[in-house]
Design a protein around this ligand. Structure first.
Ligand code: 2IP
Ligand code: CA
Length: 384
């Protein structure tokens, strides 16, 4: 199964390349940042270019994975639906065709005949970028393609991707917003239990070369299956009490829109309200925990989905951490039960509608060290 991981790293790099091309090529960039106002808004062009780019990336991943592992066809899911309606009110199913020319022709039908944009996008989809990932030679992943399913988030933190603010990243330091928050997330889980077992994260905008002005990406991967645990990120050094080495209190990252009651409950654990950290992107916040720039990511709302958390969750499990359902943990803790509520990925909430079917309903806590989770749950108990 190291072959599946290799392929996912490759398709994630291809996806990152499409994301970069959409910002680099002027005709695509103009479509990406266009505000739908006035006349444009009235056109029967239901979805926008940003969604089209996401759909195309998702379809490309489905296509490439299904071609190499036919057992996985039908078990690859993502945030987007590939049904589009064009300016003439026609319904078009966006797929990756056998050739670049055919894909360009199909894309032109949803881009209101914009052939230039359609062929630039098709070229990026059909291009195989040079890949630079190496996996440990002895990496053995005890999984078979017929027992796994995939969640894809083609671009997480789309608002940061569109805004496009450039930041210079420092290792171990959390940068709250900017292009680096946009991530390609591919998570693998077991079909029968929903346990996340493999994850690939690609950060398309990790470093901008000052000489060329071109962006370089960075990738991260992790595998967690039984006793086999491997991750491209090494575990930060010992953290007594669950906090970062040398730090006296816990460091927690939150969504900028987190509730006041949650902030007030966590503040004493973190050394004050002003010590709480905020960052954009659900995947990016879990990556901050993976990389050790935060001890935990706490979210009280049901505003993340299976495709946001599956991939980074697998990396955290590979490192000995996890992602749990916050409300379920609080219930267990109040009932005096063992706190054990790792999020799973296989069961839809049939009582919900639309994307909510796949929401992480009870909010979440992402942690590297179980001690951090217990401190967070202790602090929030009886407060939500
Ligand atoms: C979003 C994105 C947002 C996040 C939200 C996700 O995914 O990661 O940034 O909100 O939960 O669903 P916040 O930044 O407040 O945590 P997408 O960009 O793919 O819609
Ligand atoms: Ca997302």
């Amino acid at each position: 199964m190291a072959d599946v991981l290799r392929l996912l790293l490759q398709v994630a790099e291809k996806a990152a390349n499409v994301a970069r091309v959409c910002r680099q090529e002027v005709p695509l960039f103009q479509l990406l940042v266009q505000e739908k106002t006035g006349h444009d808004k009235n056109k029967e062009f239901v979805q926008d270019f940003k969604t089209l780019a996401d759909v195309v990336i998702q379809e490309m991943i489905c296509h490439d994975v299904g071609a190499q592992f036919p057992e996985m066809t039908g078990f690859i899911h993502g945030e987007e639906s590939n049904k589009f309606e064009n300016g003439l009110g026609e319904s078009v199913t966006v797929t990756v065709c056998a050739t670049e020319v055919e894909t360009a022709a199909l894309l032109a039908t949803v881009l209101d005949g914009d052939k230039m944009a359609a062929s630039l996008l098709a070229r990026a989809i059909h291009q195989d970028p040079a890949t630079s990932h190496t996996l440990p030679e002895d990496l053995d992943v005890p999984l078979s393609p017929s027992e796994i399913s995939i969640w894809i988030d083609p671009i997480d933190a789309t608002s940061q991707y569109i805004d496009g603010r450039e930041e210079v990243l420092e290792e171990g330091h959390l940068s709250p917003s900017g292009l680096h928050c946009a991530l390609v997330l591919i998570g693998v889980y077991l079909r029968n239990t929903g346990e996340p077992v493999m994850g690939v994260i690609n950060q398309p905008f990790n470093y901008k070369d000052p000489a060329t002005g071109c962006w370089r990406g960075k990738h991260f991967w992790g595998v967690s299956r039984g006793n086999v645990k491997a991750c491209s990120v090494s575990r930060p050094e010992g953290r007594p009490g669950g906090s970062r080495k040398g730090a006296e209190s816990l460091s927690v990252v939150l969504s900028p829109s987190e509730k006041q009651v949650v902030k007030e409950a966590l503040a004493p654990l973190c050394g004050g309200l002003d010590k709480l950290m905020y960052a954009s992107g659900a995947g990016h916040k879990i990556l901050c925990v993976i990389q050790g720039s935060a001890d935990a990511y706490v979210l009280s709302e049901r505003s993340t989905f299976k495709w946001d958390s599956c991939a980074p969750h697998a990396l955290l499990r590979a490192l000995g951490g996890g992602v749990v359902d916050l409300r379920e943990c609080l219930r267990q803790s109040s009932a005096g039960e063992v706190v054990e509520a790792e999020i799973t990925y296989h069961q839809p909430r049939t009582e919900s509608k639309g994307a909510d079917i796949w929401a992480n309903q009870g909010g979440l806590v992402a942690y590297l060290n179980p001690a951090s989770l217990h401190i967070v749950i202790g602090g929030l108990k009886g407060k939500l």
